[in-house]
Design a protein. Sequence first.
Lengths: 543, 246
Amino acid sequence: MSREGRMDTVDLGMPAVRPQHASPSSHLRGTRGFPAAARDALGDEVLRGNLTYATATIQAKRASVVREMRDWQKLRDAGSALKWHVTDHLPELLEQLEASVTAAGGTVHWARDAEEAGEIVTRLTLERGAQDVLKVKSMATQEIGLNETLAHAGVRVIESDLAELIVQLAGDAPSHILVPAIHRNRAQIREIFLQAMPDIDPEITDDPAALAGAARRFLRERFLDMEQSVAISGANFAVADTGTLVVVESEGNGRMCLTLPRTLISVVGIEKIVPSFQDLEVFLQLLPRSSTGERMNPYTTLFTGVAEGDGPQEFHLVLLDNGRSAVLEDPEGRSALHCIRCSACLNVCPVYQRTGGHAYGSTYPGPIGAILSPQMTGVSDPEDPNATLPYASSLCGACYDVCPVKIDIPSILVHLRAKEVDQRREARGQFRGTWDVAMKGAGRLMSSPRAYDAAVRSAGPLSRVLPGENIGRLPGVLPLVPGWTDHRDLPHPGQSFRSWWAAREKHSAATDQQPGARDEPEQPKAPRSGSGTDRTAQNGGEA
Amino acid sequence: MSTWDDRRPARTPGMSAKEEILARVRTALAAPRRDDVTTYADVPRAYQRADDKQETGTDPGKVRDVLVQRLEDYTTVVHRTTEPAAAAAIAQALDGAGSVVVPRGIPGEWTQGLDAQLLTDDGTLSAHQLDEVDAVLTGCHTAIALTGTLVLRGDELCGRRAITLVPDRHVVVVRAEQVVLGVPKGIERMGEDPGAPWTMISGPSATSDIELDRVEGVHGPRRLEVVLIEPEQPAGDEPSTKEKQG
């Protein structure tokens, strides 16, 4: 119904405006593909230890608080439907949001891309004569590289979230949506603080409480001096019908930035909309439990425009596209924009648990990043590092199970892989890549029983000439297994199923008269399952 | 070498950013999705809403027990009291504080006999001045039992947001009629005045940013105490019931 409405608007004789991918300057793409970056990350023992501990801990906490909710699945259904509603009606809801924020005394700016958002924030900051601005951790501002843009204009940005402060003082990049400094342990953090905080006690221990205390003192002075200054935030939700922005946090730095300065600038992606105030009853239940594994996060601030005598007296909302419209363009992939950034999918992902966030090269790591980043940047070239992201998954589906808004990440990953393969084939012509040659060869082989039989029977004896227990890395020229053996050992094929079957038939014909003494010929090493009554399943396994 | 890194997003000349973003989105959404477009009425609301019978039918005393248990779960000190004993309980919660800031609208009885310098906020105290104050005493708009959440509205009873943020100790007085069971009922109450500044507090300020070790008291008040004023009842129902949440 409203689809026709949309068509009308498009067909008003305006030139067709195409959705655009994110600015290349955005922090959405690494310098190399996932496999190469992951290999380095896997070699970092501190990182792996921290990640294993962190992801397991948060996962367990999440599971226990989700278990107490009898209506969890129904909340997920509502959350998912609300997000679909927002996507389906985004233009109308955006205009409604603008109207309600404006009515409440705020000013709304629209930013097509990272550059435009950076320009708006920089201009607003400079016009107010601010030398320093305080920031609340925000994915959107990280994505558009706002700190760098402001630094370029001579404005110093102070990150107020503890983890972001650690990352900033170390000159590092965040590695997790929720706990960005997960790749640093306490000893490293102590070193970073000793280097960067001028008034720190040199005798400070690496006790987390002591380190957090040092950060509190370091930041508190800046918070208290903010009264004429500017703060920058993101938002978790923007309520269309009331113009209310919601910021969910734990430390209180968010409250400081949203309350104490004179001017507040919030940079918010256009997908963050929630239709009505009452709908917060869904998301404020889904988000904290999925994210930190708490029944509710310590602090949530809801503010609407400007409140006289309470908090900032000037409020600017910057609505950011930067590639989001391009994500919407693919009906199969657009639900990636439903993400509420809880990071539950990171913590359950067997790939993320081992590689950590940096290997993904983007502000958005983990399973959600693997579908969001390539869609936001677009993948125009097979050499694009983001072309590898849809493969950074075992497709186990755990991410879909935990997603509070039911984004079907595995299906989108498969869809993006298919797109990527099609694109590669188009770029290189039909049947040029080793993969296509292998597939074509295998197709020939498998269409002739005789040829297939000959091939598999010869595989066993042939492979015995290769040294070692397993077959290791094979030269890439062998077209049957391109790339496969780069990361996996291939066991020597023993007997082929067909020859095993033939031998079994012969054997059982000979021993049919004595059913008790059935002896299997050369058992393949199939894992034993159950009581052993299902012979076919057992034996057919791996021959 | 590759083409992937030099394509800048195009902008249409003569179009404002707003027009262009909306046009981009409309073009993008013109590609139909497989399922039906979701209208607001389609959203399934089978979860427990504000009118759920658990919300409306649970004994208020039990709901308060859940609240107390959840608050204590994150180490908040709870003083359960009754109207006549409220001032004494508040004084106990504020014990040791030399100066206390209060919003304009709190009942006078709350601070009767309080042995501390009382500052009634007139909106002029600066952040630095608030930093010198030992504690803040406020009322509350709504308390959500299942999540242990205290909801403050920027009004005469809860004060402007800065006064509950900068001082290091926060004492919140909760009245029985402000306690609800679940988040939907809480949001419904907040929705009566959605434009006000709202702060939802669930436990003291905390971080787990260093090796996931929970550290309490980062930027907000490091001590949170709750005075719960309950109706006078003959029974001494002190222990919290093991209410299973839904």
